[in-house]
Design a binder for this molecule. Structure first.
Ligand code: HEC
Ligand code: HEC
Length: 336
C-alpha cells in the first residue's frame, strides 16, 4: 500500500513541477518585438449616417518607415534594368495612376490592364482589378516579378539595395533585420498606408457641411443614390469593398469584353467578368477608365455604368450632375 501511494505522490509531484516550470517558461519567454513592420497602426474612424463614409485618419504610422517606403517606391533599382519604379506607373501627385490606358514596363513592354490608383488603396478589401491579392503586402511581389512590369526578383533587388550606401543607412536606421523581402515590403506598405486623401468636399458634406457641395453636385448625389450607383460604390473608399460582375443588367460593350476578370484566377464560370468594384475616390484624376482604360471620358464611363450595371439610359443632364458629384470625390493630396 505504502509503495503505491509513494508512486502516485511522485507522479503528481512530477506533473506539478512540470506544469510550474512550463508556466514559468511560458511567461518568461521574451515577447517578440517585431522590428520589421511599421508598428501597430490603427485607424480613427468617423462614422456618419450615409452609405458613403469619410476617410479615417491613421494613428501611429512610423514616419521613418514611411520615408524608407517612399524611397523604395521611387527607386528604379526595383526593376531588372533599373529603368522602372513603382512611381513610373503610380504617380502619387497625379491621381496615383499613370494616365495611360494600359501601363508600360521594362523594355517598353505593354501590359493589358489599366494602372489603378495607389491613393487610398489601403482601404480596398483586395488588391488588383480581379482582387487576386489579399492586401498591399502580398500585392508587391506582383509587379516586382511581372515580366512586363519590373521583371526582377527579390534576390536581385536585395543585392542592388545592399550596394547602395543610402539604402543600407536607411534600413539600418529603422530595423536590425537588414534588407530582405519582408523589410522592403513592410516599408512600401507603410508608405502606401500614408497615401490617403482625406477632406474631399464629399467628406465635408457627409459630415454636415451643407455648403461643401454645389447645387449640381447635390443633384448628382441624389441621382448617384437613387439610380443605385451607391449599391456598389459605397463605404470609406466609395468602392473597393465588393466583387461585382460587369454587364449585370445591360450588355457589356465590346471594348470592355476583352478580360474575364476573376475567372482568370478561379476558373469558376460565375466569376466571368467579375471585377473588384473600384474606388471612385479621386476618379476625376484617374482617367482613362475601367480595367483596360478603354474609356477616356468620365462622362462616357458614367453612361456606360448606368446602362451596363443598372439597365438605365441616362440623360446628358443626369450624366453631368453625376460627373460634377464625382469631382467632389477628389481629396487633399498636399501632404503626400
Ligand atoms: C509597369 C507599370 C507598373 C509598375 C512598375 C507597378 N505597377 Fe502597380 N499596378 C499596375 C497595374 C497595371 C495594376 C493593375 C494590374 C491588375 O489588376 O491586374 C497595378 C496594381 C497595383 C495595386 C493595386 C491597386 C488596386 O486598387 O487594386 C497596387 C497597390 C500597386 N499596383 C502598387 C504598386 C507597387 C508598390 C509597385 C512597385 C513595387 C508597383 N505597383 C509597380 C502597374 C504598375
Ligand atoms: C453592380 C455594381 C455596380 C454599379 C451599380 C455601378 N458600378 Fe461603377 N463599377 C463597377 C465595377 C465592377 C467597375 C469596374 C468595371 C471594369 O473596370 O471593367 C466599375 C467602374 C466604375 C467606374 C470606372 C472607375 C475607374 O477607375 O476606372 C466609374 C466612373 C463608375 N463605375 C461609376 C459608376 C456610376 C456613376 C454608377 C451609377 C450610374 C455605377 N458606377 C454603378 C460596379 C458597379
Amino acid at each position: 500500500m505504502i509503495g503505491r501511494s509513494y508512486y502516485i505522490f511522485l507522479a503528481v509531484g512530477v506533473i506539478l513541477v512540470t506544469a510550474i516550470l512550463a508556466t514559468y517558461f511560458f511567461h518568461s519567454a521574451p515577447v517578440q518585438e517585431s522590428t520589421s513592420d511599421s508598428a501597430d497602426i490603427s485607424w480613427q474612424y468617423i462614422s456618419v449616417d450615409s452609405p458613403l463614409q469619410p476617410i479615417p485618419s491613421v494613428q501611429n504610422l512610423d514616419p521613418d518607415w514611411v520615408n524608407l517606403g517612399r524611397a523604395l517606391f521611387h527607386s528604379p533599382l526595383l526593376s531588372k534594368d533599373n529603368t522602372i519604379s513603382c512611381a513610373s506607373c503610380h504617380l502619387v501627385h497625379f491621381g496615383g495612376d499613370d494616365s495611360f490606358p494600359v501601363s508600360t514596363g521594362i523594355e517598353n513592354k505593354v501590359g493589358s490592364r489599366n494602372s489603378p490608383s495607389v491613393l487610398n488603396a489601403v482601404f480596398n478589401f483586395r488588391q488588383f482589378w480581379d482582387g487576386r491579392s489579399l492586401d498591399l503586402k502580398e500585392q508587391i511581389a506582383g509587379p516586382v516579378h511581372n515580366p512586363v512590369e519590373m521583371g526582377s526578383s527579390w534576390q536581385e533587388i536585395v543585392a542592388k539595395l545592399e550596394n547602395s550606401t543610402d539604402f543600407v543607412g536607411m534600413f539600418a536606421s529603422v530595423t536590425p533585420d537588414g534588407i530582405n523581402e519582408e523589410t522592403i515590403s513592410n516599408a512600401i506598405v507603410a508608405y502606401e498606408t500614408s497615401l490617403t486623401t482625406p477632406n474631399a468636399p464629399i467628406d465635408a458634406y457627409i459630415q454636415g457641411d451643407q455648403n461643401a457641395l454645389n447645387p449640381q453636385q447635390k443633384r448628382g448625389l441624389q441621382k448617384f443614390t437613387d439610380f443605385g450607383c451607391v449599391a456598389c460604390h459605397q463605404g470609406v473608399n466609395i468602392g473597393g469593398n465588393l466583387f461585382q460582375k460587369i454587364g449585370r443588367i445591360g450588355e457589356i460593350p465590346e471594348v470592355l469584353a476583352d478580360d474575364l476578370g476573376r475567372f482568370t484566377i478561379t476558373g469558376n464560370e460565375y466569376d466571368k467578368y467579375v471585377f473588384k468594384v473600384p474606388s471612385l475616390r479621386n476618379v476625376a484624376l484617374t482617367g482613362p477608365y475601367f480595367h483596360n482604360g478603354a474609356v477616356a471620358e468620365l462622362s462616357e464611363a458614367v453612361k456606360i455604368m448606368a446602362k451596363m450595371q443598372l439597365g438605365r439610359e441616362i440623360s446628358q443632364r443626369d450624366t453631368d450632375d453625376i460627373v460634377a458629384l464625382l469631382q467632389s470625390f477628389t481629396g487633399d493630396t498636399s501632404d503626400l
